[in-house]
Design a binder for this molecule. Structure first.
Ligand code: SAH
Ligand code: SF4
Ligand code: F3S
Length: 445
């Protein structure tokens, strides 16, 4: 990459973006690179080489503003050396803090929210004219959601946004405030978008939304219909999606996944958050433990080799030891292959942040440890079922360390095996020899 900076002629400028948070932010960063390329900016591998630095921030947990403040602080020397260097903050902290960030951080030149990404070329051009720092953080809550996926050099896998925003207002979550109201892209646009990605060599798409199950095209088509049409009408080989919300995950959807098993992958991320009904009610999740387990039962009835993963919050305000035990015991009933567990952290604007009974940090950490240890103990046994099995692996790249090829199986497991580089981009049968909770090792057959 060093040669890239050497190649810079007068016309090309370097941009460095640091990205935090979810896949949506990862996809937004790629979108920013594509848009900036149109005005002659090229990515550089370090902030030192950049004329433009963007921090694409996340505010879902723990001291997000602090993280932005300290990263901007690290760029102070660069700005002193080069007064023409521009520094901006994007993403969910930008939307949460808006103009306040500019007041707090005099080094910043601009702040822009998730709904202003497509205006980035104009924003950057405005930087040259504007003498004063500014923010562009209007949420476009009423406008239709018409975008096209922008990827500079597509690999075999790609993210595709299908919805933006969220209307669920779980009481712990800041996302409805930072990403605004939920909007869905028209189904015809998505079909066309994904056909074009296929034409550029993409074999697998991951459909992104905060709650993909509540996708609704302006023509009325829902998520199950979208999956069905993508499977039938586009040449895409593999379809994944995230995140599903248990309250909207219905039997029709399970049937469609089962019917199109050749294309729709069987790994389902279904965040439960808690195994206790009272906590779920106070989280405003819209389902009970029984509803959730019932849905899991239907999934396994129709898709016997489904692979489930989940998100869990421990130490939600007022969570008692007994209530936490209900979350622990859920692990005995649902065979999760992966869990992403977090200590509750109060977020601005949210209802739970006002709760007068926070769980002390020490207890939160103990619960988190206990939960992860319990899962760890059986996750290893759970994945031994893959030993001796032949899995189809879509090869993505060569691992830098060991020289092995890596890719994902339909179960979304990371698989390593040795083979020639021309297998990259192909689906390859691999017989699994060693299995760990996160990764599998095998041999090409
Ligand atoms: N839309 C997704 C979640 C997006 S946020 C869904 O509904 O599942 C990703 C995860 O972060 C959540 O599932 C939750 O487990 C966690 N999370 C969100 N807000 C949090 C908070 N205030 N404290 C701790 N974890 C939180
Ligand atoms: Fe947040 Fe709930 Fe929306 Fe997920 S569904 S983004 S947890 S409000
Ligand atoms: Fe973070 Fe915003 Fe994603 S808060 S998790 S970057 S939607």
């Amino acid at each position: 990459m060093d040669s890239l900076s050497k190649d810079f002629s007068g016309a090309l400028k370097g941009v460095y973006i640091s990205t935090y948070g979810c896949q949506m932010n990862v996809n937004d960063t790629e979108r920013m690179f594509s848009l900036l390329e149109m005005i002659n900016y090229a990515p550089v591998p370090s902030a030192e080489q950049a004329q433009l630095i963007i921090i694409n921030s996340c505010s879902v947990r723990e001291k997000p503003v602090h993280k932005v403040v300290s990263e901007v602080g690290r760029y102070k020397k660069l700005k002193m050396k080069n007064p023409d260097l521009k520094i901006g903050v994007a993403g969910c902290v930008a939307q949460q803090e808006r103009g306040r960030l500019l007041k707090r951080l005099p080094l910043l030149d601009f702040v822009f929210g998730p709904d202003s990404i497509d205006e980035l070329p104009e924003i950057v051009q405005k930087l040259d004219e504007s003498k004063k720092p500014f923010h562009q953080t209007r949420l476009k809550n009423k406008e239709p959601y018409h975008i096209q996926t922008l990827i500079r050099n597509p690999k075999v896998t790609a993210f595709v946004n299908i919805t933006k925003g969220c209307d669920n207002f779980c009481t712990f979550c800041i996302v409805p405030y930072t990403r605004g109201r939920e909007r869905s892209r028209p189904i015809e646009h998505l079909l066309e978008d994904i056909k074009q990605l296929c034409g550029r060599g993409v074999k697998e798409v991951t459909l992104l939304g905060q709650n993909v199950n509540s996708y609704r095209s302006p023509c009325g088509a829902g998520f199950a219909e979208l999956l069905k049409r993508l499977a039938k009408e586009t040449p895409i080989s593999r379809i994944r999606f995230t995140t599903s919300h248990p309250k909207d995950f219905d039997e029709e959807l399970v049937s469609i996944i089962a019917e199109h098993r050749d294309k729709i992958m069987e790994s389902i991320h279904l965040p439960v958050q808690s195994g206790n009904d009272e906590v779920l009610r106070r989280m405003n999740r819209g389902y009970t433990r029984k509803d959730y387990i019932e849905k899991v039962k239907i999934i396994f009835e129709k898709i016997p080799d489904a692979v489930l993963s989940t998100d869990i919050i421990v130490g939600f305000p007022g969570e008692s030891e007994e209530q936490f035990k209900d979350t622990l015991s859920l692990l005995d009933e649902v065979p999760y292959e992966g869990i992403f567990a977090f200590c509750y952290s109060p977020r601005p604007f949210t209802k739970a942040a006002l709760d007068p009974n926070p769980v002390p940090k020490k207890i939160q950490s103990e619960r988190l440890k206990e939960l992860n240890e319990k899962h760890q103990a059986f996750a290893f046994d759970l994945v031994q079922k893959y030993k001796g099995k032949v899995l189809d692996v879509l090869v993505e790249k060569r691992d830098e360390k060991g020289g092995l090829l890596t890719g994902r199986s339909s179960q979304n497991k990371l698989v390593y095996f040795s083979g020639p580089a021309d297998l990259i981009g192909q689906e390859v049968p691999v017989c699994i020899e060693k299995a760990f909770p996160q990764t599998l090792y095998g041999r090409k057959i």
